[in-house]
Design a binder for this molecule. Structure first.
Ligand code: CA
Length: 519
């Protein structure tokens, strides 16, 4: 009886010892794992409705390269922005903070304070190579980048002037192609011993939506399906929705609709431009349209131009993905595609952005990270560009500073939403009255509801929308008896968020733009 038991004991000891050694060996890698690279491709005013991976009902365009990121990675259906305009969105991306904290609250009378903490600065200090190429739009020069080449202000589509590390230059060609060329060139010349962050930021498809000449006839005069709300009368909503200045009917200019060509074209480029637009413009003038017919014509022209700009952006994404493939970089690189906010493609009769409503609140977000992000995953969690800085630091294995106001969504990329992930989001828009005369407002967004306060004009008012019953946000139910409990809960949540996010109780009047309270 004694011997077998002793033998068994010895045998077990040997097995345990071998197991421990094996485990130790497997935990001792030969070298430190390589830190992931980040390629951040960011466009300006790219509506999720214009990415085929989002499956919008009008099926406006095929974007095979953007769809590739979605198929090989994660598509976020509800990436929302804290303030739906260009500069403020960019300031949020860099800082992981709301605009009332990072100080860039509107495009009209603010500059970005480049001395503050940003994620590129932190990653640069941690040994990452950093580059910022393309549209910057934060007025002051970029900080925290080893290399930068930006468009001054809004930039131009053809033959754009650029500023390279402080030096003014002009480059011939089409802006989306140029930004891609410069980005790939920087990748080729980079120090290959270091990880990198590349911010490749397009001007396209910002107004006035000027396509590459090779894409002028890309849709062969296709007739696009009109959105159901193209002729919205704004009934069921307040004065802000009625007196804005962003409709196809009243706001679109002859330059927007290409009845006037862009002045920056060379004679050669102008010839190609005219060959496409002139016969179509002549036919338009002859038709002498008015009323709804004129709005419908403008919608078709707008879709042609806007979507043609997207074609070049999609091609650019394809070139970057190919470079990563060819160089063997794809495996260890996080590829992000997003835009600074959403955009109206004729919904509610509008173009532009600014509102807390879905089309402008939601921005596209597609992320590929081989071996980590779950391929083909679709997330309906509320994430935001407020979370980008935190997420990128997390991807690099770096700590997230407590002063940042978003949260890393790396767990969501891996397929697990943390139990305490946010269920609500705070939004605030300030810029008024120009451009576009959209009244300042703030509010809280959940998966189903929006409570909004138009706060900065003498006739302030509230709205409440039930997205489940009214996905197009056509009828405010604020003050309706059946929503009394919901309204109360949302009011409390809004107040809780304002305190948590340190929103000033009273907004300084200067934040509203050039001429607040003018009506
Ligand atoms: Ca924008």
């Amino acid at each position: 009886m004694h011997t077998p038991s002793r033998r068994h004991f010895l045998h077990s000891t040997v097995v345990v010892a071998l197991t421990v050694i094996a485990a130790m060996l497997s935990q001792a890698p030969a070298a430190e794992p390589k830190r992931p690279n980040i390629v951040f491709i960011f466009s300006d005013d790219h509506a999720y409705q214009a990415i085929s991976a989002y499956g919008e009902s009008r099926k406006l365009i095929d974007t095979p390269n953007l769809d590739r990121i979605a198929n090989e990675g994660v598509r976020f259906n509800r990436c929302v922005v804290p303030n739906s305009i260009c500069g403020p969105s960019r300031a949020t991306v860099l800082t992981g903070k709301y605009n009332h904290i990072n100080g860039f609250v509107n495009n009209t009378n603010f500059k970005f304070d480049g001395s503050q903490m940003t994620f590129p600065k932190l990653m640069q200090a941690a040994g990452y190579q950093t580059a910022m190429i393309g549209k910057w739009h934060l007025i002051n020069d970029p900080t925290g980048f080893d290399f930068w080449q930006i468009l001054p202000d809004q930039g131009q589509y053809y033959n754009p002037p650029m500023i390279r590390n402080g030096e003014r230059i002009t480059i011939g060609g089409y802006v989306t192609d140029i930004i891609t060329d410069v980005s790939l060139d920087w990748l080729k010349k980079r120090d290959k011993t270091k990880p990198f962050v590349l911010m490749c930021q397009h001007k396209a498809p910002h107004r006035e939506w000027e396509p590459a000449l090779r894409h002028l006839d890309f849709d062969h005069d296709r007739k696009y399906v009109e959105p159901a709300t193209l002729f919205d009368d704004y009934n069921g909503r307040g004065i802000a929705e009625h007196d804005q200045d962003m409709t196809l009917e009243k706001t679109m200019t002859p330059k927007d609709t290409k009845l006037v060509p862009p002045p920056q074209l060379t004679a050669e480029q102008r010839k190609e431009w005219d060959a496409y637009y002139e016969p179509r413009n002549e036919a338009f003038k002859k038709a002498n349209l008015s009323g709804k017919e004129l709005v419908s014509w403008r919608y078709q022209r707008y879709m042609h131009d806007y979507l043609a700009c997207i074609k070049a952006v999609d091609e650019s994404v394809g070139r970057v993905l190919k470079y990563l493939d060819d160089e063997g970089l794809a495996e260890n690189t996080l590829v992000v595609y997003s835009a600074d906010q959403g955009f109206y493609l004729g919904e509610h009769g509008w173009f532009d952005k600014r509102w807390i409503f879905e089309e402008s609140l939601r921005t596209p977000l597609l992320i590929r990270w081989p071996g980590v992000a779950k391929p083909g995953l679709v997330s309906n969690d509320i994430v935001s560009n407020l979370d980008f800085a935190e997420t990128f630091l997390d991807v690099a294995g770096m700590p997230v500073p407590a002063e940042m106001q978003g949260r890393s969504f790396v767990p969501i990329l891996k397929g697990t939403t943390p139990a305490d992930w946010r269920k609500s989001f705070y939004y605030e828009y300030y810029e008024y009255p120009t451009p576009h005369h959209v009244r300042p407002h703030y509010g809280v967004v959940t998966d189903r509801y929006k409570l909004i306060h138009f706060n900065a004009t003498k006739d302030a008012y509230w709205e409440l929308f039930d997205l489940k019953k009214d996905p197009q946000e056509l009828r405010s139910v604020y003050g309706f008896t059946e929503y009394a409990d919901t309204q109360k809960q949302l009011e409390m949540e809004l107040q809780r968020l304002r305190v948590e996010l340190k929103v000033p109780e009273k907004t300084p009047p200067s934040w509203f733009g050039t001429k607040p309270f003018d009506d």
